[in-house]
Structures are given as structure tokens and as C-alpha cells.
Design a protein around this ligand. Sequence first.
Ligand code: ADP
Ligand code: MG
Length: 712
Amino acid sequence: MATVDPTLTVKEGKSAPANYAQPDILQTPVQFVKGVGPAASELLKRLDIQTAGDLLRHYPRRYEDRTHFREMISIRPGETICVAGTVLSAEAPFTRHGPPITRVTLQDATGYIECVWFNQPYLLKRFRELASRGGNIVAYGLAQESRWGLQIQSPEWEEMETGADSLSWNRIVPIYPATEGLRQGRIRRMIDSALTRYVNALEDVLPDSIRKQHHLLGIKEAIKAIHFPDSESDRECARRRLVFEEFFLLQVSAALRRLEYCNWRNAIRMNPQIDPWRELSRLLPFDLTLAQRKAIEAVIKDMASGSVMNRLLQGDVGSGKTVVAMAAMLYAALNGYQAALMVPTEILAQQHAMVFRQLLADSDWQVELATGSMRAREKRHSLARLADGSSSFAIGTHALIQEGVEFRRLALVVVDEQHRFGVLQRQALQLKSEAPHVLVMTATPIPRTLTMTLYGDLDVSVLDEMPPNRRPIRTYWRQQGQRSSVYQGLQKLLDQGRQAYIVCPLVEQSERLQARAARELAEEVAKERLLGYRIGLLHGQMNGSEKEKIMLQFRHHDLDVLVATSVIEVGVDVPNATVIIIENAERFGLSQLHQLRGRVGRGEHLSYCLLLADPQSDDAFQRLQVMAQTSDGFKIAEEDLRIRGAGEFFGVKQSGAADLRLGNLITDVELLEESRQAAVNIVETDPALARWPSLRKAVAHVHPSTELATIG
Ligand code: ADP
Ligand code: MG
């Protein structure tokens, strides 16, 4: 049996491995799990596996039913199959063009199939050796027609050693996320060993009553069966139980957060006698849409209710969310309080500040800007006016949540483009005051069930209506070869007095390289494509006042064209800009393209979005097609979710979605709903979770932001 070295503890901060509170024995460093050892434990670290408990939670990514294999003769092209056969021959035919190929012929009692691998010349030796002794392998992949009969390209494969162990043969076999140097068979043996020794230490975080009611396996059975299921239905039961648990933890913490807000007795109550509507219609140059009215009504009601508002405002790009924010902030100001608006980019902060100042020009309200790159003197003044309460409106980037920013009587926090921030940043701003009301805004349209899960602690308002007189944006996808004609078309529109954005291709994560790409594109455009037009440049490396200057010039039509990086992605609003050309559009994600497109179509003129792209992958091709076909933000989001998967779609910042390992927010909606009910019930019956210590521990561990302290 493995001995545990007590001086060895798991290093903190070294990536967060399994997100589960574990009893001590499960914290045993993985190296001491029988059959692992120091060398393998190093490799396991690459898979984020540090402890015995992590190993138990290293779920298979798929399974192969190796109780019976497809007879080769019965296989048809287009099927994804798992076959077993003897290695008959292995060769590496000479290729004049293209990558080196390894070609292997497999045989079973009924026929042959060929497996090919590209660019892996080292495989040849292994397969020659297998062929020489008549070795057997299992191969998994897509069967395709080829010149020489059926073929599987780059299959996953595994040698079936003689006397192969019972973990890999004659059963439903788990296939794990692996890493170089660790073969599947080895991982299976390590997990099997961890199961033998540690599975009994697992604590069930699901209360018994819930397990019974929803017919869920116990944790020990579930973990055993997710690794080594006896049957397909066994596997499904295990998965169902584990997915339920993931969703459940997420939702319990959301329900707790919500409860916490409701319990804030000292919420700032606005005076219901104060009516903001007259002031609003005096200040606004347009009539509000019905959707905007409804959202503002809900906000006012929340803020006058005596408990803390916690509302999410969802509305597609261009639906007019800013006005709702302004109305809420104005209501706070009319009540004698301050309000803060936090946005993800400096450009957007500057723009909002400008728009607010314009709208409020005819009033006594003062607006302060707070961004990272402001000059020290200006910033001091701003901060002083917020601290002494002489300014009612604060607009800024996350500079607003930094130390040194203080308010005299902050009553409302608005977070624009919420998806760019994390829960924690939102909370940091809330902490600037006793118990401020919170309004978060996002253009990411998410189905209701998902909203409940990810933002379970929020009420939701939706702007499902665009301001009047908007005309649909015409979107075209053109190949790079057609660039000249695209730019010629642009000239015509510029000559009619319109303006345009040209978005330069996304180059890596480096802001510096990105800035260079933008400079080069601006030069090329100015010298070759748009001679005689006034062209400006905007990128992330410019300082605050440079950015502001350029945006002002563009807004005042002192520039015809703005060549920019994706810094303009969110929020920028210049209604006379009616064309956006996106260079190398295949490099952008779908939601990002939709956001960029949202920069145009904001005024009365017909707008155009031109995607210049030569996609190299299926995904990129699909993205461009979706863009060309629809400008419905909801459809786009659904497609994006489908193409990228939930983890990436919501981003790691939306803590919660990132913790899902098995659960799929799209295909598991029924479970999502079931677990939500269960979570709400539990929190209603016992908000302190006192009766369920292991659940309590798990929630605190998975979602540390949940304030268990206040309820425990
Ligand atoms: P988003 O929801 O993308 O943040 P904005 O708040 O930037 O949208 O609004 C987009 C544009 O629509 C702005 O130019 C804004 O002034 C204008 N707008 C907003 N509401 C109305 C309305 N009710 N009538 C006319 N124009 C409006
Ligand atoms: Mg906006």
C-alpha cells in the first residue's frame, strides 16, 4: 500500500484542479496512489491531476464498446466505428507532395481496412514491429472510401496486448483525455487503482432526499460507473448523477447569493414620490421604445422596493441599453444619491461620459470619468468630486473598483457589457457602498434556463425591440481576392457622406503586434485604397487622450474612415458610420463578429458589413455563413454556443460555466431545470445548509464568492 508523506502538501495556486472539497485522504498527492509514482505524476500534472481525488474525477471523454466489434465487411463509408484487427502490413509510401504517410492494413475474419496517419513517421517502426509478430490493435475513427477500399484517417488506436487486462478488453472501455507519454492502458490502471483505494472516502454532497426524489446514484457508485460502466445504461445513470451534481452546486450557490441580497435589510430605498419620467423626456432627444419603458419601470420599482435591486438587462447590440442605464442613474441622482457605470474599455467609458454630458447639459448633474490612463491631476479632481458627493454620475473602466475611488453616497452600480467582467469584479464595485442597487447589462442573449443558472441571482429585463427606423444591415462575405472591388464600393458610400470602420485582422494576443498590424493596414489603405480620404487609426496601445481625440474626430466627421483593432468591438456608437469592413474575418469568433457588426446600423441610413475572408476550417466557414444569413443576435448566440461549446462561449470569467466538466448547458437543459428546482427547495428549507455539511463545504469550495459566512 502507498505510504503518504505528511510533509507533502498540494501546492496552492498551482492551477485549481478538481473543484471539489475533498476529505483529507483524497488530497493524497497522486504520486502516492499505487501504480502511479513520481514520473507518471509529473505527466498527470499536465492534465491538472494533483491528488488522488483529482484522479477519481478525471472523467473519460468517450467510451468504446469492446464487447463486440464491427465486422469489417459490414462497415460502410461515413460511419464512425471501432474495429479490432491484426496488423498485416505497414508501409510509408513515397509522396512527392504533402506530408509523409504511414499506411497500415488491418485484417479480421471478414475483411480488411486501411488506417493512415500523416506526419507521424515514427509510427512506422511500431507498426512494422506489430506486423512482424501479428499484433492486434483497436482503431477508432471515421470510415471513408478511398482508392484502395475503406480507410480510416488518423484513427485513435491502442495495442491489444496478449492477455490484455480486463480493464481494456471485453467491456465498455473508457477513453481518457491523455497526454504524451501516458497511454490509455496506463491511465486506466491508475484510475482503477485509485478507485480501489479511495472511492470510499468520497462524501456525497447531494442530500439523500434529493437523490431519492430524482432517482440518482450515490457518489461512490456513480464514480465507479463513470469510469468502468457495466452497460450503456449504467454509464448513462452515472453521468446523469454527476451532471446533476455539477448543476446543483452551481444553482445552490446562485440561490444563496440571491437570498443574501434579499436579506440586506439596509437597502437604499428610493422615494416612490419622485418621478423621473418628466425629467427623462425633457432630457432625451427621442421617445423611448416600449421595451425601454418597461425596463426602466422595473428598475424604478426595484429601487423603491426596500430590498436591493439585482437586475440583468439583456438586449441585442443597438437596442438602446445605455438609455436605460442613464434613466436608472438619473433616478438615483434625483433621490440625492450617486450612481456609477462600469464598462470594459476606455473608449467606451469616454463615449458614455460624453453622451451623458451631452444629455445632461441642460441640467445641474455632473459626470465624472475614471479610467486607468487619465492624467493624475484630472483624476484627482474627479475622485475628489466623487468623494465629496458634488458629482452624481461616475463612469469608468475597472479603474472604478480600485482603491482610492470613494463615493459619498453611492446607491446604484451599473455594469455594461457584463460578459466582459467576472462576478468578483461586480462585487468589488458593490462593496464601494453599503448595499447599492445593481443593474448589469449584456448583449449576449442567452436562453432563459441558462440565464437562471449563470445569473441565478438576478432578475431579468429584456429589450426585445429596436429603436424605430432601423434598417437591417446588409452583410456580405467576400474573398480576399475581391478586396479591390470592396474598397471601390466603399468610396461611393464615403462620397455620399457616410463613414466607415475598417477592422484589422486579429493577430495573437499581443497588443503590440496588434497595434502594428493596424498601423500597417492604415498606411496601406491611405496610400493605395482610399487616396484623398481622411483616415484615422485607433488601437489599444494608444493612451487615453489619444484615443479620445481620435474618437471625437471620427464622431464629428473630421475623419471618413477609422482603421481600428477590435478595441471598437463593444459599445462604440457613431450613427453616421454605416460601413464596417472586417479584414480576415475568419479569425474572429461569431459573437465577436456580431458585436463588430453592431457598430453600424445605428442610424437612419442603410448599413453594410463586409467580411473579407478565406476560411481554412469548417468552423470558420460556418461562422461566415451564419453571419451572412442572419443578424438576429439570438440565433447567432445559439450557433456560437453550438460551434464553440459552453465553456468557451461564456468564457472562464463567467465562473460557474467553467466548472462544468460533464454537464452540457445546451443538451442537458432538462437536468438543468430539475436541479434548479432541487437547489431552490434546499435553500428555502435550510439556507444555512446546516443539515448538509458536505454540501455546504462543496458549495463554499466550488464558488468561494458565495457568502456562506453570513448564513452560517
Ligand atoms: P446598445 O444596446 O448596443 O448599448 P446604445 O445604447 O448604444 O445600444 O444605443 C444605440 C443607438 O440607438 C444610440 O445612438 C442611441 O442614441 C439610439 N437610441 C437608443 N434608444 C433610442 C430610441 N428610443 N429612439 C431612437 N434612438 C435610440
Ligand atoms: Mg452598449
